[in-house]
Design a protein around this ligand. Structure first.
Ligand code: PLP
Length: 413
């Protein structure tokens, strides 16, 4: 018996990441945390398995007045918050053009609005084959269709030919193409696109839509930006989004979830970059309207925390230093795994930085089932297994590749 409206009947979110995490936590409670390896969690945990809370962020929260916490924020977001997001996002690589931002609940909110407001009912939305699972629901829920292309070539670079082919194909049928590219410390692979690869993306779009009655909306999803490399160096690619034709709009999905360790505070922003004044105004108008019609205002406390930190360069320096420690720690953990994986003959997708490493294989579920018998919890995906290097300590990382090799053998994968 169902009372649901026809368009949502039968839908359900079966999140295998949270399911595996729940099993890991339950087992750790029973036999002890030290005996369980939980590589499912997409948050930074320290070497003792505790959630990392950046000190400078914690201190800013302690300074908030009740009013800063409870008052409604403007629907678009506090002006200073939006300026801080733009500043923190681009650093020294602010692209040329009109730049506007709207507050959203995390990067998810930015993706939601971009899909809703720039693709039409039934349109295909383009993503990479390796992608964060939530993209599928974000695209499916408003009745759009997932279209994907091969992210990486056999020798481990951005597959620009596969991208071009899909863009041209989709635009032969649609007026607008929305593309989500999580090309910075990609979830789940850890691949980072180079400035040249981002430039190639932009060149394909220019070539396909310039002077035509078609629009391209490119969404760089930069959720893991702050852990993707040296602060200014890893932001250089933003420059390629400046000075584009007016029918190419870039919307950066920016979030405080990881960069400020504020996962549960649900705060982020969508940042529009365009060379056209009308498109810039429309960006604010339609997205603010959509906010009013969905979640209304965003979280005042998180916005005020960001304002507090970003209005003081000493605090920003501390923030950078704290993040840098996490970045280094994650890199050390990843290095242990990759070195041992090479010795154990376990393949992985080229990892550069970020929270996850992917082991590409068929039969991921079977392998993960075998690993769970050994108290190791990883995330099975369609085309491989995801290991959260952000949450497994260096001590636990040692020997993990060998366990994986044994499980792959036992599962016949
Ligand atoms: N994009 C990617 C690839 C992610 O992995 C995540 C979080 O896991 C997000 C965006 C956005 O998360 P949030 O909505 O918490 O900012």
């Amino acid at each position: 018996f169902s009372v649901a409206a026809p368009q949502v009947r039968g839908k359900s979110a079966q999140d295998n990441i949270f399911a595996a995490n729940n099993r890991a936590v339950a087992l750790a409670d029973k036999i002890g945390k030290d005996k369980v390896i939980n590589g499912t969690v997409g948050s930074i945990l320290d070497e003792d398995g505790n959630l990392v809370e950046l000190e400078v962020v914690k201190e800013a929260y302690a300074r908030l007045t009740p009013r800063q916490i409870i008052a409604y924020a403007p629907i678009q977001g506090y002006e200073k918050f939006l300026e801080s997001c733009i500043d923190q996002c681009f650093g020294e690589s602010r692209p040329d053009g009109y730049i506007n931002a709207c507050a959203t609940p995390g990067g998810t909110g930015a993706l939601h609005h971009a899909i809703h407001n720039y693709s039409a009912d039934g349109d295909e939305v383009l993503i990479t084959d390796w992608h964060w699972g939530a993209y599928d629901s974000l695209i499916d829920y408003p009745n759009r269709k997932v279209a994907s292309f091969q992210f990486l070539t056999e020798d481990g670079h951005f597959h620009v030919d596969a991208f071009r082919e899909k863009v041209e194909d989709i635009l032969s049928r649609q007026k607008n193409i929305v593309i989500i590219l999580n090309g910075v410390a990609n979830n789940p692979t850890g691949y980072c696109m180079s400035v040249e690869e981002w430039q190639a993306v932009v060149d394909v779009l220019k070539h396909t839509v310039e002077g035509k009655d078609k629009n391209a909306v490119l969404i760089p999803d930069v959720a893991y930006l702050d852990y993707s490399g040296e602060k200014q160096e890893c932001r250089r690619f933003f420059k390629v989004f400046g000075g584009l034709p007016k029918n190419i709009l870039t919307i950066v999905a920016y979030t405080l979830s990881k960069g400020f360790t504020l996962y549960g505070q649900r705060q982020g922003a969508m940042i529009g970059i365009t060379s056209d004044a009308d498109v810039a105004k429309e960006f604010v108008d339609i997205n603010q309207y959509a906010s009013r019609a969905t979640w209304s205002n965003c979280n005042s406390a998180a916005q005020n925390v960001m304002i507090d930190i970003c209005s003081d360069s000493a605090k920003v320096a501390r923030l950078d230093a704290e993040r840098n420690k996490c970045f280094k720690l994650i890199g050390e953990r990843a290095a242990i795994f990759m070195e041992e994986a090479k010795d154990a003959g376990v393949k992985f997708v080229p990892y550069i930085s970020g929270f996850f490493i992917t082991i590409p294989l068929e039969g991921a579920q079977k392998v993960c089932d075998c690993l769970e018998k050994d108290n190791v919890f990883l995330v099975p995906m369609k085309k491989g297994i995801r290991l959260a290097v952000c949450s497994v300590s260096k001590a636990k990382m040692k020997g993990l590749a060998a366990k994986l090799a044994a499980a792959i053998e036992a599962a016949g994968a």
